[in-house]
Write a protein that binds this ligand. Structure first.
Ligand SMILES: Cc1ncc(C[n+]2csc(CCOP(=O)(O)OP(=O)(O)O)c2C)c(N)n1
Ligand SMILES: [Mg+2]
Length: 311
């Protein structure tokens, strides 16, 4: 499967899964879809029928609230049937809202932000001590997640031990759960911060598959860990969700929200992909209530969250 095809399927599954379950974080899932798709199609070594294969690269989605992205990728890569995706968030399902290691293909449970890089650093150190130098560890973090002090402790540790087999990828969508990152706790310049920790820093467009591939492709093991700052858009691919903080928690409801999301995805469906839910899109989409187009941009909206006070 091509990376563009997997990215589209991740987005389509995610709209369906959050719609069916009433689950949150669609904006975060759409944001990271291209990163996950490139890793699973072009970069990582794994064997779906043998999830614990010792030669596999390790992957941690540290921003575990975007679990649906990894569930969709694993299912499309053959770790379990895509039909199981419909159980997302349901009682008894293996597909909990945040990522669970009870699922084949997942090595580490995440959801409490700030732990993934520490765990990945340990995995990378273990691989180095075992002489498995071609075995790499990929950790995807959110930019808001980088507010966590544990991220920087792991960054120090990984550089000290020269873990060239460790790659952190930051989904830099400039938003976190309730507002822009810059209004919550300033992190810029993110690149300068990682440089000052003596990591190898690459900054790219996190929706450009060619750039992602060339930033992540295996090369002679560097003496230091690598961080890829992937500039992204929260909600990427569904216009009324893009850069709108409402869609951190809101799910696509029945009616125009679901209909428009599906039809917008259909506008850029790659060749050779079949939509498993609505093969031809939604023929008679419902309109937004005012009939004047899709409302958007709830960012900075005082009425969205009662604790919001503009300073
Ligand atoms: C330790 C911890 N604190 C708070 C939360 C609640 N929470 C879930 S998602 C989120 C925002 C994360 O923002 P970011 O890392 O930028 O990810 P994005 O959704 O933008 O991809 C927060 C604060 C959490 N999951 N873990
Ligand atoms: Mg973010």
């Amino acid at each position: 499967m091509r990376s563009e095809q997997l990215a589209w399927l991740i987005r389509r599954h995610a709209v369906e899964m959050t719609h069916l379950s009433g689950g949150s974080h669609i904006g975060a899932i759409l944001s990271v879809a291209d990163i996950v798709a490139v890793l699973f199609t072009e970069i990582m070594h794994f064997r779906a029928p043998e999830p614990k294969w010792s030669g596999r690269d390790r992957f941690i989605l540290s921003k575990g609230h975007a679990g649906a992205a990894i569930y969709a990728a694993l299912a499309e890569c053959g770790f379990f049937p895509t039909e199981e995706l419909k159980t997302h968030y349901q009682n008894g399902s293996r597909l909990s809202g945040h990522v669970s290691h009870h699922l084949p293909g997942v090595d580490f449970s995440t959801g409490a932000l700030g732990h993934g890089l520490s765990a990945g650093t340990g995995m990378a150190l273990a691989a180095k001590m075992d002489g498995k130098l071609d075995h790499r560890v990929f950790v995807v973090l959110g930019d808001g997640e980088c507010n966590e002090g544990s991220v920087w402790e792991a960054a120090l540790f990984a550089r000290h031990f020269g873990l060239g087999n460790l790659v952190a990828i930051i989904d830099h969508n400039h938003m976190q759960s309730l507002d822009w990152c810059e209004k919550t706790l300033k992190m810029e310049s993110l690149a300068d911060k990682w440089k000052s920790f003596d990591w190898d820093v690459k900054e790219i467009d996190g929706h450009d598959h060619e750039l992602l591939k060339s930033a992540l492709i295996s090369q002679a093991l560097p003496p230091r860990p690598t961080v890829v700052i992937a500039n992204t858009i929260k909600g990427k691919g569904v216009s009324f969700m893009e850069n709108d903080i409402l869609w951190h928690y809101r799910f696509p409801h029945d009616g125009w929200e679901y209909d428009y999301a599906v039809n917008e995805l259909h506008q850029f469906k790659p060749d050779g992909v079949v939509d498993p839910y609505t093969p031809t899109g939604i023929p008679n989409p419902q309109l937004p209530p005012d009939g004047e187009g899709v409302p958007g941009d709830h960012t900075m909206c005082a009425t969205y969250h009662p604790s919001f006070v503009e300073v």
